[in-house]
Design a protein around this ligand. Structure first.
Ligand code: NAD
Ligand code: UGA
Length: 438
């Protein structure tokens, strides 16, 4: 099989398919990425993936190329895993990479093959792409088509791919359905639900899942805004409602909110798509979900400003730049956004992230990047925890007593114990808590 697009999704899918025993060819237009992957080097951080990549590059089961021609000749099943980022200046998804990948691949195929879309796309895309395939395909090709959205989480990508909690396939072809059941035979042998449906449902399942997760996060963050005024404890509130099995505790962690390459752009693309369909009001609540989320970032800037007074000349230690722990992905990262806002307000902003410094520095080269937690906290006027890496969750107030300029910490992810820090003489603030009075 082939996997077209070898980013966070595609590289993981390719290595996991090799692990399941398939001969896999990964394809990307980014030649540097293909060179690195061919050497068995993963160009991003994802737990467990480096081992799988090395193992299957060494065994010869997993190869990489920039040639779509080679892919068309090699593959029986082709997975499309290219990006669908937010279009510049708009909410809609940019489909140019999916269209280009499918048109070039379908035009080059000269045999029986199955093309399977995995990227997250606006509803209606599969049917349109199926028409495109028909237009460009050669008479000697017989191309089947399905959409099989992906639900993996960064940080758990290998586990989620090898042990998915469900498989969703949208197609109007029985043979495509049958072939995908063979591809996923391992998961099916473990009774993983296999939801076989039409194109539109498959596309909507994907965006509905991400919209629901985003809504859950903004729901608890809206309560944070209330608690910050009336007092109370947001973690206890989340725990208490989470005990209700109908609600569930997961994705109710209040803090600086959601970022990354998916949730933010997917809720915007969904709104844009339903508006195009004439349903202007239907997904309007997602606008509110987005706004609540973005307000959390402003809130941290406000909190830090209240704590320090003028920001100019103050040294701010930012703990974390990745959009979440166990990832080096800084796409739409709340942490990096807040760091940039503080920098633009005149503060001396120093950042440490265990894995994402390199990507963060590409995006914001003017911030100062540190190599350790101790280094970033040195002479800081305030520490601001924005990505809940274990290293930060485990830190103790006594780790920094002699280093910092002021004992002042902001917990943007609600993972520290307020009493422990206050008992050690620190000022402690967190999202979802009423601020301490000065
Ligand atoms: P990414 O930006 O990390 O990777 C996309 C890759 O596609 C890049 O390496 C790019 O060079 C390559 N590409 C672009 N055009 C190409 C072409 N014509 N031919 C070959 N390669 C091409 O993106 P990602 O995070 O892997 O996401 C990919 C898609 O999967 C998106 O639609 C995303 O919403 C969806 N998705 C991502 C995740 C995730 O955790 N990252 C999870 C589920 C779904
Ligand atoms: C998300 C979904 O969880 C995946 O199922 C989906 O496949 C993927 O998007 C996608 O479509 O690409 P991911 O972006 O890797 O996965 O990360 P999540 O674990 O969902 O976290 C997203 C953001 O929400 C992070 O910034 C995280 O810090 C934040 N978050 C998460 C909270 O603020 N609170 C929570 O309780 C949970």
């Amino acid at each position: 099989m082939t996997v077209i697009g070898t980013g966070y999704l595609g590289a993981t899918h390719a290595a996991c398919m090799a692990e399941l025993g398939f001969e896999v060819l990964g394809v990307d237009t980014n030649a540097q990425r293909i060179e690195e992957l061919s050497r068995g080097e993963l160009p991003f951080h994802e737990p467990d993936l480096p081992d799988l990549l090395r193992k299957h590059v060494a065994s010869g089961k997993l190869r990489f190329t920039t040639s779509i021609q080679e892919a068309a000749e090699f593959g029986d099943v082709h997975f499309i895993a290219v990006g669908t980022p937010q279009r510049a200046g708009e909410n809609a998804a940019d489909m140019q990479y999916v269209d280009a990948a499918i048109v070039s691949l379908a035009g080059a195929i000269r045999k029986d093959a199955l093309i399977v879309g995995k990227s997250t796309v606006p509803v209606g895309s599969s049917r349109r792409l199926k028409g495109l395939i028909r237009e460009v395909s050669h008479p000697s090709a017989n191309i089947d088509f399905a959409w099989n959205p992906e639900f993996l989480r960064e940080g758990f990508a290998v586990q989620d791919t090898l042990r998915p909690d469900r498989l969703v396939v949208g197609t109007d072809s029985t043979s495509a359905d049958q072939k995908l059941r063979q591809v996923y035979a391992d998961a099916l042998s473990r009774k993983t639900p296999f939801i076989s449906t039409d194109f539109e449902t498959a596309e909507l399942v994907k965006v509905a899942a991400n919209a629901f997760l985003a809504t859950k996060i903004s729901f608890i963050n809206a309560f944070s805004e209330v608690v910050e005024v009336v007092g109370g404890d947001i973690r206890t509130l989340a725990d208490a409602i989470g005990h209700d099995a109908r609600i569930g505790r997961r994705f109710l962690n209040a803090g600086v909110g959601f970022g990354g390459g998916c949730l933010p752009k997917d809720i915007r693309a969904l709104q844009a798509r339903v508006s195009e369909l004439g349903l202007d009001h239907t997904m309007q609540f997602l606008n509110e979900v987005d706004e609540i989320n973005l307000r959390r970032r402003e809130r941290v800037v406000h909190l830090v400003t209240e704590e320090l007074g003028v920001l100019s000349g103050k040294s701010i230690a930012i703990l974390g730049s990745a959009f979440k722990p166990n990832s080096d992905d800084v796409r739409d990262s709340p942490a990096l956004d807040i760091a940039a806002k503080l920098f633009n307000s005149g503060a001396d902003v120093r950042i440490y992230d265990p894995k994402a410094n390199k990507n963060a520095a590409i995006r914001f080269p003017r911030l100062t990047y540190c190599d350790s937690l101790q280094e970033v906290m040195e002479d800081a006027d305030i520490g601001v925890l924005l990505t809940e890496w274990d290293e930060f969750r485990m830190m103790k107030p006594t780790d920094f007593n002699l280093k910092v300029r002021q004992k002042n910490i902001v917990d943007g992810r609600n993972v520290l114990n307020p009493q422990e820090w206050r008992d050690a003489g620190w000022r402690f603030s967190a999202l979802g808590h009423r601020p301490e009075t000065l």
